[in-house]
Design a protein around this ligand. Structure first.
Ligand code: AR6
Length: 231
């Protein structure tokens, strides 16, 4: 396993009574350093049906670019299940490329409960949004809007009306939002990725030339947005 468990440099403190998760690290860890952290889901690979191998390559490419540019920041790719195919593909590449697992690792858990259930403090979380930036619709978008309360919808509306594919919008979370008070998240960054699902808007009809370009732009825009908050 590539992630935090193998990393001797990352100091962690176990919370008493927690069991060891099947990922091989303790489910509730407190990260003693406070490096600015962004947690993000794999953009476009579920409802938007983007190819997982191609997405994993792009995630690694963009994470490496970010890590070379911003040394004092951490990125965490999150998915709900230990069986997540995208997490496995990305973890394999992290090992292959011998990447610094203090600056980038994968985490299994709900992105709306990273601190309360996973002991992972994140300043910002990314949302795989829809172009209207509306709540609901399933996936991580529904989870984040639900968890953040109506505060996120109004804060989003104030900031931006819609997104085109490949773009991200940074939204400061009002301090009354449960995501802020419970999880310590100060910003949600909405990202609109490429769509390969014929039932959703801006369907790319299997055009992976365009699709890859848009996914690269989406991660660029997401990571630049994160850097603009914490640097
Ligand atoms: N915590 C962590 N990861 C999650 C969670 C969660 N609570 N929920 C889902 N994922 P998707 P897309 C993972 O479908 O493909 C929406 O309805 C999931 O397993 O949310 O970009 C929007 O409104 C997958 O790895 O996003 C858009 O219309 C990843 O998050 C559309 O779907 C992204 O899955 C966007 O589709």
């Amino acid at each position: 396993l590539s992630s935090i468990s193998d990393n001797a440099n990352l100091e962690t403190k176990e919370v008493e009574g927690q069991e060891v998760g099947s990922a091989g690290y303790h489910a509730n860890q407190v990260y003693l350093d406070d490096i600015p952290t962004l947690a993000f889901p794999s953009i476009s690979t579920s409802d938007f049906q983007f190819n997982l191998e191609k997405a994993a390559d792009i995630i690694i490419e963009k994470v490496v670019e970010f890590a070379n540019k911003f040394r004092n920041a951490r990125l965490v790719l999150v998915d709900l299940s230990h069986k997540s195919k995208i997490l496995s593909l990305v973890k394999a590449r992290v090992v292959e490329k011998n990447m610094d697992t203090q600056k980038f690792f994968t985490h299994v858990g709900d992105i709306t409960h990273l601190y309360s259930k996973g002991g992972l403090r994140c300043n910002a979380i990314a949302n795989a949004a829809n172009w209207r930036l509306k709540p609901g619709g399933g996936g991580v978008n529904a989870a984040i809007f639900n968890a953040a309360g109506p505060e996120l919808e109004s804060a989003t509306k104030e900031k931006v009306k819609s997104l085109s594919p490949g773009n991200a919008a940074v939204v400061p979370l009002p301090s009354s939002s449960p995501l802020f008070t419970r999880e310590g998240v100060t910003h949600v960054i909405h990202v609109l990725g490429p769509n390969m699902n014929p039932q959703r808007p801006n369907y790319l009809n299997n055009d992976y030339y365009k699709g890859c370009k848009i996914l690269q732009d989406a991660y660029n825009s997401l990571f630049e947005g994160f850097a603009s908050i914490v640097m």
